[in-house]
Ligand binder design. Structure first.
Ligand SMILES: Nc1ncnc2c1ncn2[C@@H]1O[C@H](COP(=O)(O)OP(=O)(O)OP(=O)(O)O)[C@@H](O)[C@H]1O
Ligand SMILES: [Mg+2]
Length: 503
């Protein structure tokens, strides 16, 4: 691609427990280039970056910086070569404060060895405000929302004077305005000669900020080139090996009786919410950051207690003030940011999948091994989960494949009503389809389904009815046929609202 690249990774090979994950991958990035690294879940993107970041050692191959061979023996050596790494897994220490996390391992001290707390706070504040984040540097990280943790992770990389920044899915938890600020910063960095390797499954983002790209498939390089001459469809096809259509998955069938009926729900985050979901129906909620959607469903599920209004399940008024009660009433919630909220890291893939639906597998006090494995096999194929041995700890799976396991566990749960918050976060374009397909199957079986998503096209593809929220209110409601992206955006941004109160 170029004769004088800043970074060259040459013929990199890597196996885990005898399974080849990278089969001789070459990657070149120029100085001041934003380079997209693309591929399906489990293609080897994070592994390749972990090698560049000194987290893993390659089995063979070489790394060159400005033409000179370097050995990235550990993360410190990689950092000394000017490489910063924003990990897919958030690496924050919850019990430390924001500034302590920012300077972890590179604390500022005065000549007597005392920590320069105020100076570290000042620098933390300065960097965070570049990203438009207004949080107290002395706040404990455990008190922050996931999107803030992601922004701190990004800021931490910016703190060091880097020559190359690796960004492994930096925007999974970010709202659109936060993404835009990040892109602004990336462009500034690029103009000052910093190179960036950018991993994301959001192909629109890729097209917007990246100069060059490399696609991996099953640990092999399949295509590399300049973004300018490439369209998203071609890249997608190279990634998944087939064309991906943007067709709707909507399935028309008669609905059953109302399962969930919400009347006049009001709190400090949302106002006078009315809606109903019937058996077999898929209802979507979309909007921008701060629309109150997540708070609404956290209230319905018993995570938040301070609200007024009436909730009926199967015609009975219920007062749900604890998630346990929600589960008992037949509701399930697949949370967003699942890596933080839903995955038990040390547990095997198999057990992570069967955890919530233990009732399905437990007979006479012990887990039915065979049934568990049969179910697992089914979802492994249905969702294309890449795992060689389901007994390994779930954190050995690629980020997207961990997500799929958690989705599978809820698809298996015997709840009448299922709420998916951001169902395809971190999932590649091909696997998205497979998840939609499974959600549609649930509705066909008569389950009531709610989809929360910030991406309008996502709710448009699978929902029978779509609610748009703005500032805590439902501002519009569309049937699948009426909905179009532009109208949804008009209501989501508050530039339009339906006159009559929706009820
Ligand atoms: N420490 C490990 N031990 C065993 N297998 C591993 C380990 N790390 C990664 N793998 C395996 O290597 C393969 C590639 O994983 P990798 O995390 O690089 O994928 P990815 O392209 O980043 O995917 P995603 O888009 O889902 O993040 C996967 O099959 C994964 O299970
Ligand atoms: Mg990854």
């Amino acid at each position: 691609m170029t004769s004088n690249p800043f970074i060259t990774m040459q013929e990199i090979k890597k196996s885990f427990n005898g399974v080849p994950v990278l089969k001789g991958v070459t990657l070149q990035v120029e100085q001041g280039e934003i380079h997209a690294l693309l591929g399906e879940n489990g293609a080897g993107k994070s592994t390749l970056m972990n090698i560049l970041g000194g987290v893993h050692q390659p089995d063979s191959g070489a790394i060159y910086i400005n033409g000179e061979e370097v050995k990235m023996l550990n993360p410190r050596v990689s950092q000394e070569h000017g490489i910063s790494f924003i990990h897919q897994e958030l690496n924050m220490v919850s019990d430390l404060r924001v500034y302590e996390n920012m300077f972890l391992g590179s604390e500022l001290r005065n000549k007597f060895g005392f920590l320069k707390v105020e100076e570290m706070c000042r620098q933390t504040h300065e960097i965070l405000s570049k990203l438009g984040v207004d949080i107290d540097p002395k706040e404990y990280v455990r008190n922050l929302a996931t999107s803030y943790k992601q922004l701190i992770e990004i800021s931490k990389a910016l703190l060091h004077k880097s020559r190359l920044i690796i960004m492994d899915e930096p925007t999974t938890s970010l709202a659109e305005h936060e993404v835009n600020r990040l892109f602004g910063l990336m462009k500034n960095l690029k103009n000052s000669g910093v190179s960036i390797i950018y991993i994301s499954h959001k192909l629109k983002e890729i097209k917007e900020v990246c100069d060059g790209y490399t696609v991996l498939r099953d640990g092999e390089l399949v295509r590399t080139g300049s973004m300018e001459h490439e369209d998203i469809e071609t890249i997608t096809k190279t990634m998944v090996g087939k064309a991906i259509s943007q067709e709707r998955f909507l399935h028309e069938h008669p609905f059953g009786p109302v399962v969930l009926d919400v009347n006049g729900l009001t709190s400090n985050a949302f106002k006078d919410i009315n809606f109903a979901v019937r058996k077999g129906e898929i209802v979507g909620f979309t909007g921008l950051a701060g629309d109150g959607r997540t708070e609404l469903f956290e209230s319905l599920f018993g995570y938040r207690k301070k609200y007024t209004g009436e909730v009926k399940i199967n015609g009975q008024v219920v007062k749900i003030d604890h998630p346990r009660k929600a589960l008992k009433a037949g509701m399930g919630l697949v949370p967003r940011d699942r890596k933080e909220n839903a995955i038990i890291k040390d547990l095997s893939v198999l057990h992570n999948m069967s955890l919530s639906s233990m009732g399905n597998f437990e007979k006479g006090g012990f887990i039915q091994d065979k049934e568990e494995r049969t179910k697992f096999q089914f979802y492994k194929e249905a969702l294309n989960i890449k795992v060689h041995n389901p007994r390994i700890a779930i954190d050995k799976l690629s980020g997207g494949n961990q997500q799929k396991v958690i989705i599978a566990k809820w698809l298996e749960a015997e709840t009448e009503l299922l709420i998916f918050d951001n169902p395809t976060q971190g999932i590649d374009v091909g696997a998205k389809q497979e998840i939609y397909q499974q959600i549609v199957e649930l509705a066909k079986l008569g389950k009531a389904v709610i989809i929360l998503s910030s991406e309008a096209p996502e709710v448009m593809r699978i929902c029978h009815n779509i609610n748009v929220m703005f500032h805590g209110e439902i501002t519009a409601r569309f049937t699948a046929d009426e909905a179009n992206e532009e109208e949804i955006m008009n209501y989501a941004t508050g530039s339009k609202r339906e006159v009559a109160q929706i009820g």
